[in-house]
Design a protein around this ligand. Structure first.
Ligand code: 3SL
Length: 244
């Protein structure tokens, strides 16, 4: 297995695909997707465009759908949810489809949607992702961070490092053997430095600070937890994620 990490969708190669691609948006899109599926959502359908989301979800009766829209960290007017994983309780999302559009996370998923296998990862489901990779052993794996509007984000890279560090143990190999690019070594080093204080790292991250200004303290606490849920979102058709 060769692992490549790309910090943003913009840095991800556009003309080839990996055997397995993993999109990460710890704050907060992939944390929300994992939580929604764990809470019994029928599926999660992602959109980069808010109008397209509204149009497609119109075919679903209101009791079978939840519309989640986030821009700049806040809920978009007229949508049921913003992008807080804490809204995704079994009472609210159970049996429903979550239609979601966020600033960066949904773009990361879309940029790898052509890969044969597409997964969504966050710190909260890190081990479920690692378990899948150890079982399936895809030859090439890409981890794509969402970043923020094209810029690097600390929280996605630390999650990529958490996945890589656990893979190294599972495969019993060296980082040089696993790494397909330099970013893997950087991400593993970042994770090893911060693994005992991931909440502290989220507090230092630019987007973490943005969310704290919006009073999302509990979201950061929730998203900083590692291996909380044994749930793996996997793409069924482009843009549609279900629980594996
Ligand atoms: O950028 C995104 O896709 C979001 O997850 C941003 S936020 O955490 O909802 O602000």
């Amino acid at each position: 297995m060769k692992l490549f990490i790309f910090h943003t969708p913009e840095l991800t190669p556009a003309t080839t695909v990996a055997d397995c691609a993993i999109a990460i948006d710890v704050l907060r899109a992939t944390s929300t997707i994992v939580t929604a599926l764990a809470a019994g959502a029928e599926a999660v359908q992602v959109f980069s465009d808010l109008d397209k989301l509204l149009k497609v979800s119109q075919d679903w009766s209101p009791d079978k759908r939840i519309r989640a829209g986030e821009r700049g960290g806040a809920r978009v007017d007229g949508f049921d949810f913003g992008n807080s994983p804490l809204d995704c309780t079994p009472e609210r999302v159970g049996g429903r489809r979550l239609f979601i559009s966020t600033t960066n996370g949904t773009r990361a998923l879309q940029c790898v949607e052509a890969a044969p296998k597409v997964l969504a990862a966050a710190l909260i489901n890190r081990q479920a992702v690692v378990q899948y990779l150890l079982e399936q052993k895809p030859e090439t794996v890409w981890i794509v961070g969402s970043g923020w509007e094209g810029a690097f984000s600390l929280e996605d890279t630390v999650c990529a490092g958490a996945i890589a560090a656990s893979l190294l143990e599972g495969l019993n190999c060296s980082v040089e053997e696993l790494a397909g690019n330099d970013e893997v070594l950087g991400a593993v080093a970042l994770y090893r430095e911060w693994q005992d204080n991931l909440l502290g790292l989220l507090h230092n991250a630019t987007h973490g600070k943005r969310l704290l200004r919006l009073d999302c303290h509990e979201d950061l606490q929730y998203c900083a937890q590692t291996d909380l849920l044994d749930v793996l979102p996997i793409q069924k058709t482009p843009g549609l994620l279900v629980k594996r």
